[in-house]
Design a protein around this ligand. Sequence first.
Ligand SMILES: [Zn+2]
Length: 109
Amino acid sequence: MSHQTFEFPAPWTDLRGGGPDEASWRDRVNRELRAEVPRGHALFRVSTDVLARCNGCDDIVVALPGGRFAIVHLTFARRPERLPYPSTIITESWAAAEQAILAEHPPDE
Ligand SMILES: [Zn+2]
């Protein structure tokens, strides 16, 4: 399974699609991420490709350069957070990202 074919389970919303809704959400969360990440954070000035957002907890999943991924808990503060926020899990592979995504909201919850 790759990050292109993974099916995001509820409460995740897949934002990889080409529709106007997906594009506007990608744009919105990317801008929010830029606004929140402070200097010194692992994602400061790192380019991100938004894959999905979670309706349950405001997390987003982004692809990073070099085949890495990040799951970020946005605060929607619209300004730089204080380190270590926004809380971020960075994984070196999609398999590890997938595990973190699936562990966040187990199906029986
Ligand atoms: Zn969540």
